[in-house]
Design a binder for this molecule. Structure first.
Ligand code: FAD
Ligand code: MLT
Ligand code: ZN
Length: 481
């Protein structure tokens, strides 16, 4: 196997000049960005914690151009960092660390949305199509897409496949891996593989699309995907339910799942996070009673279903009388009122970032725990963070039905990983996973072995070497050094 050479850095422009000229010949002068001011937004991640430097940002308009770009970079062994909407939260899409001096390959111009295949309920889309554009397109054709998330206006389908994004409706439809039927992808040396025929039953060897899903740009560049669509469920109701503590929230969710077959989402946030959201994002408290923990529920049913607001209110009353004490609850069925309740949960990310700009960029630790360990985790994580960084702010929220908590720690310097280490060790001790839905990226690669163990790690490295022997695709992401 050939050893990868060190990345050419941005401080060695003479070495890059022939490559830059070749890239300009492939995509056109206007789509190779070398001016530092123009490159800047591609070089820093959404949280501001990961900031690097690229030699150039290259913006292909087709899979053929991606093939040519990768061939050119591979020949001179210049690393490539694939990037979609740059909403990733683990530093995987920006040229940091081993990625410094890389070519950032922006896939945003691969934005072709093909017509929905009505007979199969599937659609083929370019990697650069945003989630919101996909939603608009398929809803206009009478369908919906199973994955939804707050970054929908910017996150791309290619990035969502690369991170195996989870989101707000995983409970009902699964994450990206469950929606991807096939992909077209380009390997590091420019070879292309595609399986976009939409066959649901296809047991012809290894599931390469499944492998590329969640590979965070380290195995191949996704250029197109064939996606499964779902039947729209327009009869919706949303509730925010106030509870005394997180143990009650876990019990309540189990109860709601048993009696609400149309449950689409079951999210959690806490009183301190809600206060932050109200301060930063012009939102209002849902009710005046003091609750420590809030659960947001959404049900979604077909057009003929009984009144969704009544069904949800009855379920809350039933859980309140038989399972846990409900402090207070509010239910909404009209679109504007439902959005207002959703905003209380979705705006946590934006509120945390706004506070982070003042007191220290957030360390975003997205983890999963078995349901039974969540109350213990929530109690212990507060103590762990307070003992290591007494002045840090801790904001917790997440997708409770999936056991997925977002642990946001604000205060420690971007490269101070002491709190990260203690929190992730606690997660592993409690049989959880160090990444639920955001991926490993650059932020958590140090701890991948702790979570997965040496055999899984060696197998992953062998897969990576088989796809990309020279290691030019996203070096420094996912696998430990
Ligand atoms: P980028 O950030 O550009 O890239 C992410 C990773 O994918 C990088 O490693 C990059 O190299 C790789 N990549 C990108 N495109 C390609 C491609 N075409 N081929 C190969 N590799 C590629 N995530 C969730 O899972 N659930 C949520 O609920 C959720 N909510 C969010 C809310 C907000 C407000 C924000 C800012 C983020 C949220 N995220 C969530 C995180 C983020 O939106 C997802 O990780 C998303 O999948 C990233 O898509 P992107 O196009 O922005 O990818
Ligand atoms: C969310 O669930 O809101 C996202 O995963 C983003 C975040 O963790 O901030
Ligand atoms: Zn999330």
């Amino acid at each position: 196997m050939t050893e990868p050479t060190a990345a050419l850095t941005a401080r060695e422009p003479a070495l890059h000049a022939p490559l830059i000229a070749r890239l300009r010949a492939i995509v056109g002068h206007a789509h190779v960005l070398t001016d530092p001011d123009v490159r800047r937004s591609y070089e820093v991640d959404w949280t501001g914690r990961f900031r690097g430097e690229a030699s150039a940002v290259v913006r292909p308009a087709s899979a053929d151009e991606v093939v040519e770009i990768l061939r050119a970079c591979h020949e001179v062994r210049v690393p490539v960092v694939p990037q979609g909407g740059n909403t990733g939260l683990v530093g995987g899409g920006v040229p940091v660390g081993e990625g410094v001096g890389a070519i950032v390959l922006s896939l945003l111009r691969l934005d072709q949305l093909e017509p929905v295949d009505q007979s199969s309920g599937q659609v083929t889309v370019g990697a650069g199509v945003t989630l919101a554009a996909l939603q608009r397109g398929v809803r206009a054709a009478g369908w919906d897409f199973g994955v939804d998330l707050g970054a929908r206006d910017s996150a791309t389908i290619g990035g969502m496949i690369a991170t195996n994004a989870g989101g707000l409706r995983l409970l009902r439809y699964g994450g990206m891996r469950q929606q991807v039927i096939g992909v077209e992808a380009v390997l590091a040396d420019g070879r292309r593989m595609a399986r976009l025929g939409g066959l649901l039953k296809d047991n012809t060897g290894y599931d390469l699309a499944g492998l590329v899903t969640g590979s965070e740009g380290t195995l191949a560049v996704v250029t197109r995907a064939r996606l499964r669509l779902v039947v729209p469920q327009p009869a919706r109701a949303v509730a925010v339910v106030g509870l005394r503590d997180v143990a009650s929230a876990v019990q309540a969710i189990a109860g709601f799942r048993a009696i609400l077959p149309a449950l689409d989402a079951a999210e959690v946030f806490f009183a301190d996070g809600l206060r932050l959201v109200c301060e930063r994002c012009s939102t209002r408290m849902p009710f005046s009673t003091d609750a420590q923990v809030y659960v947001l529920l959404e049900t979604a049913d077909g057009p003929g279903a009984p009144d969704p607001g009544e069904t949800l209110s009855e379920a809350i009353a039933s859980i309140g009388s038989s399972v846990v004490d409900v402090v207070d609850a509010v239910v909404a069925t009209e679109p504007a009122a439902r959005s207002e309740l959703w905003r209380l949960r979705e705006a946590h990310t934006e509120a945390v970032n706004a506070l982070g700009a003042e007191i220290g960029r957030p360390h975003k630790l997205d983890v999963t725990l078995p349901a039974a360990r969540i109350p213990e985790f929530v109690e212990r994580v507060r103590g762990v963070v307070a003992s290591i960084a007494p002045t840090a702010r801790l904001v917790l929220f997440g997708h409770l039905a999936d056991g997925n908590l977002h642990v946001n720690v604000l205060g420690p310097a971007p490269d101070d990983e002491e709190v990260d280490d203690a929190v992730l060790r606690l997660v592993v001790e409690l049989d959880g996973s160090i990444s639920a839905e955001h991926g490993i990226g650059r932020a958590k690669r140090r701890w991948l072995g702790l979570d997965r163990g040496p055999v899984a790690l060696a197998t992953m490295q062998a897969i990576r070497d088989a796809f990309d022997p020279q290691g030019i695709l996203n070096p420094g992401v996912l696998l430990p050094a």
